[in-house]
Structure formats: structure tokens, C-alpha cells
Design a protein around this ligand. Structure first.
Ligand code: NAD
Ligand code: ZN
Length: 246
């Protein structure tokens, strides 16, 4: 029995492919590996301190280059869904394009490029699209001011991802009135197959192409095309489904 008092839920789960059409390279596609860096060197929880100059420069470049990109049609479509439906936006992306398209509540599973964090005191702060310098300290004055604790507020490989808890919670107990839309992810870092395969919700996948990391057979609709080009088709599928249960 469907509980009609509970509005249908829309869960949007995105990866690097969502922002690829805005000009932010993905990790694993042909032109991936941002600026030919090795992700193990620049995003590794075990080595970032030893590589701090490289790590700092790498994220400074990513952060300042956010000034040169804009949200694409898919980001705006997601923002419109959030206004219309009971929506949970989960993203692996560290860019701010969803927010800039108008999304109000975005769960960044791997942190945010625009934020710094201090490992010494736990303080977090926004630095927008600016660079941080070699001598920049924690801004938690006068309590902390640590130099060595300052880092991007990004989840590196080999680190705990505190927001995964929100993701697991969101994907539990979905019913047939709910809808999950997965956009632009290889499934290699986070794989939703085991969470979604027996869920009765409507499942929609959009990727550029088929890949080994995702079992496409568990999805009700699969669209292989650029996210920005697929926005209208995804919008129709989501609107058709959600309007049946509103
Ligand atoms: P990934 O690089 O492993 O996979 C990219 C996926 O996107 C592939 O499945 C590919 O088919 C698809 N894709 C590529 N171009 C597309 C397009 N134009 N439209 C639709 N789909 C497209 O990315 P991932 O699964 O997100 O995992 C990589 C990790 O890299 C994540 O943890 C993420 O934090 C990080 N990352 C983030 C950004 C960003 O913030 N924009 C960019 C690169 C990597
Ligand atoms: Zn501090």
C-alpha cells in the first residue's frame, strides 16, 4: 500500500559527467585526469601533507577556474525539480555549478572546492573562487591559526566521507512513487547498483556512454548522451512520473 500522505521523493545523484558540458573535465574520460595530474598525488588522504605545495596549487587552479565556467541545462533542470518536488540532491562533484544554477540544498558527498577546513580545530570557511597561499593560516582567530592543518574541504581517497550517511539514508525505503535519477557517473568511486537493484522506485540513468562500473539493466530508462542535451528528455521522464503521484 502506498502512503498517499507522503509526497513522492526525487533523488538526484550526480558525478563529474554532469559538469563536463560546462567545461570541467571528468576524471576518467579520454581527456580526464585534471591537467595531467595524478589523482593519487593530489587527492590522497595519506600523502596530502607531504605533497602540500602540489595539492594547494592543484586545488587553487581548480577553484579559480570556476570563474570561467557556467552551469549547463542539466544543472538548471535539477534546480527546477528542487523547486517543484520533494527533492534530495546528492553530488560527488566538488564544483559549485548546482548552487549557481539555483539549487538550495546540495549534499556534496566529496566536499566543496570553495571551502577550506582546518584539521587542527575543525573550523570550515568559504573562500569562493580564490587561491590560498603557502603561509595562509586557519582563520579561527584567536583560538587556532594553525598553518599545517589548513586544507581544502574535500574528501580525499583513503578518507572517511561523512556525508555518505545522508546518501545511504536517502536511498533506504524508497517506494514506487519515488524516483532516482543518476547523471554522469562511472560508478567507480560510488556504486549505487547494490542499493538500487531491488528498489521499486523509478530509476533513470544518464551517462555519455555505457561503462563497466554500472549495471545498466537495473534502470528503467537509460539515456546515453551528453547531460546538457538530455535535460529535456530527463525532465519529461521525471515530470511524468512525479505528476502521477502528486
Ligand atoms: P568519472 O570521471 O569516474 O565518470 C564520469 C562519467 O560521466 C562517465 O560515466 C561518463 O560516461 C560520464 N560523462 C562524461 N561526460 C558526460 C556528459 N557530457 N554528459 C553525461 N555524462 C557524461 O566521474 P565520477 O563517477 O563522478 O567519479 C569521479 C570522482 O571525481 C568523484 O569523486 C568526483 O568527486 C570527482 N570529480 C569531480 C568533478 C567536479 O566536481 N566537476 C570533476 C571531476 C572529478
Ligand atoms: Zn584551526
Amino acid at each position: 500500500m502506498i502512503n498517499q500522505s507522503t509526497p513522492p521523493r526525487l533523488i538526484v545523484f550526480s558525478g563529474a559527467g554532469l559538469s563536463a558540458d560546462s567545461g570541467i573535465p571528468t576524471f576518467r574520460d579520454e581527456n580526464g585526469l585534471w591537467h595531467n595530474h595524478n589523482v593519487d598525488q593530489v587527492a590522497n588522504g595519506l600523502t596530502w601533507k607531504a605533497n602540500w605545495n602540489l595539492v594547494r596549487q592543484f586545488y587553487n587552479d581548480r577553484r579559480t577556474s570556476l570563474d570561467t565556467v557556467e552551469p549547463n541545462a542539466m544543472h538548471y533542470t535539477i534546480a527546477a525539480w528542487e523547486k517543484k518536488y520533494h527533492t534530495q540532491i546528492l553530488t560527488q562533484n566538488i564544483d559549485d555549478l548546482l548552487e549557481r544554477a539555483g539549487c538550495e540544498h546540495v549534499v556534496h558527498l566529496h566536499g566543496k572546492l570553495t571551502e577550506m577546513r582546518c584539521e587542527a580545530c575543525g573550523h570550515k570557511w568559504d573562500i569562493g573562487h580564490t587561491s590560498i597561499g603557502e603561509t595562509d593560516r586557519c582563520i579561527n582567530v584567536p583560538k587556532c591559526q594553525s598553518l599545517k592543518g589548513v586544507r581544502p574541504n574535500i574528501v580525499f581517497f583513503n578518507e572517511h566521507a561523512p556525508n555518505y550517511r545522508i546518501m545511504y539514508e536517502s536511498l533506504r525505503h524508497l517506494n514506487k512513487t519515488d524516483c532516482v535519477v543518476v547523471i554522469g557517473t562511472s560508478g567507480i568511486v560510488i556504486n549505487l547498483d547494490s542499493l538500487l537493484f531491488d528498489s521499486p522506485c523509478l530509476k533513470i540513468l544518464n551517462n555519455l556512454e555505457s561503462g563497466p562500473g554500472i549495471d545498466e539493466t537495473i534502470y528503467d530508462h537509460v539515456i546515453f548522451d551528453r547531460a546538457s542535451k538530455s535535460a529535456d528528455q530527463l525532465n519529461d521522464l521525471v515530470n511524468n512520473h512525479m505528476s502521477r503521484y502528486m
